[in-house]
Design a protein around this ligand. Structure first.
Ligand code: SF4
Length: 334
């Protein structure tokens, strides 16, 4: 029997990219900026509580390497390890649009100068979207694949204030519509679960908000504590307790159950790539173990994406029914 979403109880970003490119594509994470409005302290903003000195860079050594060197080094490594042929360059660390347009254009040209690069993905914040940036993305969309990952983190202002994000939930919603109205970039958002005071209702409401947005993908993280972050100090003072794995898995389940079927999920939990810098919770350091734990939990609960998603659109209903049947077959087989 055909399995839903390649045997997983949710729609994966790997499938999303495979459908787009006709083959599996791999991301090359690169770092080309080392700043953001929060770190700069613009308008009284402060560093986000969870952000370490590397600004979410996957590899800290990247910050000292030329872009070409980063692409070539990591391409060789990933191509050898996975027999990979196609890649997206992922401008990941810090706020990639918090820089001059000439610099952005140069970086995009460098990325696209390699035959094996099929496009690029840009990570940024809701408050760093000038008209020039949007026009540039649309220009590059005409000749390549362009994706944007927006750090939304939460749709609740009290949680955003706790994280010291320096923008509101409405600012994120406005930014998403602005990108969708001005460009044809493939748009995704990042969310963080586990802020103080978060409840199951917050998660369900988050899925309901996300379902109505013009985005195609979501990356989920648990709020974890890294060394040399404001959150480490709060944790040491007993002012912050990280979400435990069981509660987090339950929240992921709720989000998936209420999420629309077209939304592709990147990963289901945060992963501390520099595990020696992880303070808590320890379960975040075990990338594969955590992933498998959540998958096993979803299967044990017979839960799957869109299980409780409602729509009046007949075409979407038919699609969901098909997905539900395949997903149910998947969960029943395990
Ligand atoms: S998470 Fe992003 S916006 Fe926040 S301080 Fe770090 S680099 Fe800046």
């Amino acid at each position: 029997m055909e399995k839903g979403w390649n045997g997983l109880p949710y729609n994966t970003i790997a499938d999303h990219y495979s459908n787009r490119f006709g083959e599996k594509v791999y991301k090359i994470p690169v770092s080309v900026v080392d700043d953001c409005p929060n770190r700069r302290g613009l308008k009284g903003m402060q560093t986000c509580v969870f952000c370490d000195v590397w600004g979410s860079a996957a590899r800290s050594e990247s910050l000292t390497m030329e872009l070409k060197n980063q692409i070539e080094t990591f391409h060789t490594h990933i191509a050898k390890k996975y027999k990979a042929r196609s890649f997206l360059v992922y401008f990941q660390a810090y706020t990639n649009t918090f820089t001059k347009l000439t610099g952005l254009r140069h970086n995009f040209e460098t990325a696209l100068s390699y035959d094996f690069v099929k496009g690029f993905v840009v990570g940024t914040r809701p408050d760093c979207l000038s008209k020039g940036v949007l026009d540039l993305w649309q220009e590059y969309h005409q000749r390549s694949f362009v994706a944007v990952e927006l750090g939304v983190q939460s749709f609740f202002d009290d949680q955003l204030e706790f994280m010291r994000r320096g923008h509101t939930a409405q600012a994120s919603i406005d930014a998403i519509h602005k990108i969708a109205d001005s460009t044809q970039a493939d748009l995704g958002i990042h969310l963080i679960f586990g802020s103080p005071g978060e409840t199951d209702e917050h998660i369900i409401r988050t899925a309901e908000i996300v379902n109505k947005l013009p985005i195609t993908n979501v990356k989920l993280h648990n709020l974890h504590v890294l060394k040399n972050t404001p959150l480490e100090e709060m944790h040491a003072r007993g002012e912050f307790t990280p979400i435990d794995r069981e509660t987090y898995s339950h929240r992921v389940k709720l989000f998936l159950q209420h999420a629309a079927p077209h939304l592709a999920m990147h990963r289901l939990a945060a992963f501390a790539s520099r595990w020696e810098e992880l303070v808590a919770p320890k379960w975040t350091s075990d990338k594969m173990g955590t992933h498998q734990y959540i998958i096993d939990y979803l299967r044990a609960e017979k839960a799957y994406q869109s299980q409780f998603f409602q729509t009046d659109d007949v075409k979407t209903q038919t699609k969901i029914l098909d997905i539900r049947n395949k997903s149910l077959a998947t969960v029943m087989e395990h």
